[in-house]
Design a protein around this ligand. Structure first.
Ligand SMILES: Nc1ncnc2c1ncn2[C@@H]1O[C@H](COP(=O)(O)OP(=O)(O)OP(=O)(O)O)[C@@H](O)[C@H]1O
Ligand SMILES: CCCCCCCCCCCCC/C=C/[C@@H](O)[C@H](CO)NC(=O)CCCCC
Ligand SMILES: [Ca+2]
Length: 473
């Protein structure tokens, strides 16, 4: 495996020239033996392909770019091309013989990943007798790793865990057996389970973009841009109450500059680091944070957007993502509250998702790292009545003006988008389950890490010391 630019990996060949046949056989034997010691590498995979994701290239991508690599790496793969939405989820939930495999691979976008996530997590809880309807249930982590071969429209989960959306790079991360633990949020309404989320839970702006774009799926990836502009122009805001349990103080802050996110030795995500570095983080933040267990903070307001980013949500559209320093495996999600502001200010905020400026550095934006939260929309009828009288007081002479004000306020609630799916309820409770799943990935690598050989990171087994003369083609 060779690293190229922009976090991409390619395959490279090394040719060994030996002085005798016997020596050559010895080498082959030793190399195969050493490889067999590397037990993290998967040998058997279950692959689901969505033939309709993104630009409808999933099948071709798998057959031409991925299958030949798995074959060379002696990985056997059982392939299922899905025939309908939720085919992969249902198969994993009830039928798949999971004992036969070391991992599950999805070829598709974030929606397809979400199917695999729901199938595997639900199956694991059912097999372990855990009731996922209980919001405070302690969920059992999944034993199989998940691999993502990007072939969707956004592919945000792949991008934020690998640093690029490239099928060959992802296949190589699977082949070398990389492992990246990841938090999963469970979403409940009135004590009944709704869905799991790993990337973005968004109410207001992103919920509205997604609801609108679902009606235009036929437009392909361009649907998000069109719905984005429409939603931005309609400039709706929503009133409600957010209550949340803040993260422990050693988990960093969404606004720190510490660039540890998802890195192979991220101290916030590792068990050991949590205690070792608690003091360091406190000093860096320069303030005492609320540490009292179970102290809920409550914020009431009018919001253009409420976003919970369980990971950075970096994607080609927004290379740093919605919350650039969110961690993949720290047990928290970053709750971003964008209060009602002018269109121009909201545009400035959105624009900062595409450049290096700090999108949280606005008076109308606040961000909290949280373990749990609840959102309660303001009651409809109450909202309309009070807004009507507020409108009357403010502007209120002309009957036309009053009617218009009522119309503007008529959209009193939005919908939540949960990793791209629209939820049927606005009143939700969200809990983060630390490291519930593991991906075949290693987080986005820093420049120095990229200078190293991929095999240096894989432990001593593959660090062969060749005593022979060898040449590289
Ligand atoms: N055979 C199928 N026919 C129709 N829909 C399918 C099929 N297989 C999977 N799906 C559904 O298609 C939806 C979209 O798929 P996918 O996530 O792969 O692509 P996308 O929406 O283009 O990408 P992204 O989610 O990254 O924006 C998923 O929610 C999945 O449930
Ligand atoms: C003035 C320019 C403004 C540009 C603003 C760009 C901001 C982009 C942030 C994008 C964050 C995407 C988070 C991804 C979430 C996915 O789980 C989900 C499913 O694929 N996709 C969306 O919700 C799709 C969401 C699409 C939103 C556009
Ligand atoms: Ca997290």
């Amino acid at each position: 495996v060779r690293r190229t630019s922009g976090h991409q990996w390619t395959c490279s060949d090394v040719t060994f020239h030996c002085t005798s046949q016997r020596l050559c056989e010895q080498w082959i034997h030793v190399i195969n033996e050493q490889l067999s010691f590397h037990t993290n590498r998967p040998r058997s995979l279950l692959v689901y392909i969505n033939p309709y994701g993104g630009k409808r290239q999933g099948r071709r991508v798998y057959e031409q770019k991925v299958a030949p690599l798995f074959h060379r790496a002696h990985i056997s793969a059982d392939v299922i091309v899905t025939e309908r939405a939720n085919h992969a989820r249902d198969h994993l939930k009830t039928e798949a013989e999971l004992d036969k495999y070391d991992g599950v691979v999805c070829v598709g976008g974030d929606g397809m990943f979400s199917e695999i996530l729901h199938g595997l997590v639900t199956r694991t809880q059912a097999d372990s007798g855990v009731d996922q309807d209980q919001p405070d249930a302690e969920l059992v982590p999944c034993s199989l790793h998940i691999g993502i071969i990007p072939a969707g429209s956004t592919d945000c989960i792949c991008f934020a865990t690998v640093g690029t959306n490239d099928p060959v790079t992802s296949a190589l991360h699977i082949i070398v057996g990389d492992s990246q633990p990841m938090d999963v949020c469970s979403v409940h309404h009135n004590n009944s389970f709704l869905r799991y989320s790993v990337s973005l839970l968004g109410y207001g702006f992103y919920g509205d973009v997604l609801s609108d774009s679902e009606r235009n799926r036929w437009q392909g990836p361009a649907r998000y841009d069109l719905s984005g502009v429409k939603t931005f122009l309609s400039h709706n805001y929503y009133e409600g109450t957010v209550s949340f349990l803040p993260a422990e103080s050693n988990k960093g802050d969404p606004r720190d500059e510490l660039k540890l996110n998802g890195k192979p030795v991220c101290l916030v995500c590792s068990q050991q680091g949590s205690t070792l570095h608690a003091q360091k983080y406190k000093n860096l933040q320069g303030q005492e944070r609320r540490e009292k267990a179970n102290e809920l903070l409550v914020i009431h307001g009018k919001f253009l957007a409420i976003n919970a980013a369980n990971m950075s949500c970096a994607c080609p559209r927004s290379p740093k993502g919605l919350s650039p320093s969110a961690h993949l495996a720290d047990g928290n999600t970053d709750l971003i509250l964008v209060r009602k502001c002018s269109r121009l200010d909201f545009f400035r905020h959105l624009l900062r998702h595409t450049n290096k400026d700090d999108q949280f550095d606005h008076s109308f934006v606040e961000v909290h790292r949280v373990r749990r939260f609840r959102f309660q929309p303001r009651h409809h009828e109450l909202a309309s009545l009070e807004d009507l009288s507020e409108g009357l007081k403010k502007s209120g002479f002309s009957p036309i003006c009053v009617t218009q004000t009522t119309c503007n306020y008529s959209t009193t609630h939005s919908s939540w988008t949960c990793d791209g799916e629209i939820l049927p309820h606005a009143d939700i409770q969200v809990s983060v389950h630390r490291q519930l799943i593991r991906l075949f990935a290693r987080g986005i690598e820093e420049e120095q890490q990229q200078q190293r050989s991929v095999f240096e990171d894989l432990g001593p087994h593959l660090a062969l010391e060749p005593s022979l003369h060898w040449t590289v083609d």
